[in-house]
Design a protein around this ligand. Structure first.
Ligand code: GDP
Ligand code: IMO
Ligand code: MG
Length: 419
């Protein structure tokens, strides 16, 4: 059974935790877009792992993890991630980690450009400053450096020199930034290329040789950060939605049987952009503290709000979701009442269809009674408090997709499979 897992909100839905659980039934776990703007957390006992580039399945023995062509890779960060896993006793080798030769690499000039452009903008995006956008720009404008180029010293040297000539001009003339020395950059990065070379392969051949395996695609970011369907321009620079799994990996023959969408029992967002159900003050702070809502990548406080069902229904449609996972239900344990947004209003007008922009939208809420008891130790759906079941049942009916799993805590075992 092949599966695609996708974030249904603005990221940080708990995808890492769900991948760690779901991959028990899979052989190969594949990242197909994004880069180290992602931070996917898996908590096992007292150990916490945060993955930025390596698929969250690496902790399970016998699984193969794949970084597809659609991913942009910061070599330095990837090597750090591999080393830190090895230090914790996790095996990482060319046997269980494969990197597409066609993935593109992030260099320091991408990171600096990300920061300088963000600093200079009147309308800020609030990027992670990891160089993601500038790297995708280079890919599309055909001056990107792919893994296959990177691991060939001559090609890397030529392309880097060629790029630096133009980029240093732009850095100096437009941004008043000193630019980069070819030698320093080349010497540092050619050493990284040597480390990564054994992992690089032709994924098309790899997939073909492993046709009978079960594949699990690990989406990063979330549906409303998608460059086409998200809250543009407050989005990331990749195609996030489920159908991009094929393009971002080259795994053409797989018919994905299940698309599993992950949503928090409320909603968060990091960075700028419209957010209809955003809370302020004490209530927002309660969510942030109870849910530990600080970025796994940048440490920035996440903006928090009530669950937005209008948005969730749209995400189900966009990704052709077959199963929903609701995470962080436990975070709502102590609330007297819980709200969900069921309709949008603009001024005095109730909207009948999904708006082109979420700017200036106010939410219409339905209020539920809180369950006021801890769900962290519940392992059977029928054992959940009645009010929690009513909340979940309303979500299912509203978005017209079934909830198959409910996550009730950070730890690996804190998950309920709904029969
Ligand atoms: P991802 O980017 O979608 O993988 O999500 P992150 O790892 O960035 O953020 C999710 C956070 O919530 C992490 O700290 C997880 O450990 C945590 N988490 C995941 N599921 C649950 C849950 O059901 N309850 C609680 N309390 N925390 C959870
Ligand atoms: P995971 O996979 C939450 C947000 C950034 C910013 C916008 C653009 O952990 O869910 P970028 O650096 O991509 O150009 O930033 O996208 N963003 C995320 N927010 N979770 C993520 O990943 C994100 N990846 C990017 O905060 O608003
Ligand atoms: Mg995250």
């Amino acid at each position: 059974m092949n599966k695609t897992l996708i974030g249904l909100q603005w990221g940080d839905e708990g995808k890492g935790k769900v991948i760690d659980y779901l991959c028990q039934d899979s052989d190969v776990i594949i990242r197909y877009q994004g880069g180290n703007n992602a931070g996917h957390t898996v908590v096992i006992g007292e150990d916490k792992f945060v993955f930025h580039l390596i698929p969250s399945g690496i902790l399970r023995k016998e699984k193969t993890c794949v970084i597809g062509n659609g991913v942009v890779i910061d070599p330095k960060i990837l090597i750090e991630e591999i080393d830190s896993l090895k230090k914790k006793g996790i095996k990482v080798s060319a046997k269980n980690l494969k990197i597409s030769a066609f993935s593109h690499i992030i260099l320091p000039y991408h990171r600096i450009m990300d920061s300088l452009r963000e600093k200079g903008r009147i309308q800020k995006i609030g990027t992670t400053k990891r160089g993601i956008g500038p790297c995708y720009v280079d890919k599309v404008s055909r001056c990107g450096i792919r893994m296959v180029d990177f691991i060939d010293e001559k090609v890397f040297s030529f392309k880097l020199k060629d790029n630096l000539r133009e980029k240093n001009n732009i850095f100096r003339k437009v941004y008043n930034f000193k630019g980069f020395s070819f030698k320093a950059l080349y010497d540092e990065y050619k050493a990284y290329a040597k480390v990564l070379k054994p992992y690089v392969c032709d994924l098309i051949d790899y997939f073909n040789d492993n046709r009978n395996k079960n594949f699990l695609f690990e989406g990063a970011q979330g549906t409303f950060l998608d460059v086409d369907f998200g809250t543009y321009p407050f989005v990331t620079s990749s195609s996030v939605i489920s159908k991009n799994a094929i393009l971002g990996s080259g795994l053409s023959f797989v018919k994905t049987k299940k698309t599993i969408g992950v949503a928090k029992a409320y909603i968060t967002r990091v960075g700028e952009g419209p957010f209809p159900t955003e809370l302020t003050g004490k209530l927002e702070n309660s969510f942030r503290q109870l849910g530990g809502e600080f970025g796994a990548t940048t440490g920035r406080p996440r903006r928090c709000g009530w669950l937005d069902l209008v948005l969730l229904k749209r995400a189900v449609l966009l990704n052709d979701v077959t199963d929903i996972v609701i995470t962080k239900l436990d975070v709502l344990d102590s609330f007297d009442s819980i709200k969900v947004c069921t309709q949008y209003r603009k001024g005095s007008k109730l909207l009948k269809s999904f708006p082109y922009s979420l700017e200036g939208i106010t939410p219409v809420y339905k209020t539920f009674k809180g369950w006021k008891s801890p769900v962290n130790n519940v392992r059977k759906f029928s054992d959940l408090p009645k009010a929690a079941k009513q909340y979940l049942s309303f979500i299912e009916k509203f978005v017209e997709a079934k909830i198959s799993f409910v996550s009730v805590g950070q730890k690996r075992e804190a998950i309920i499979k709904k029969q």
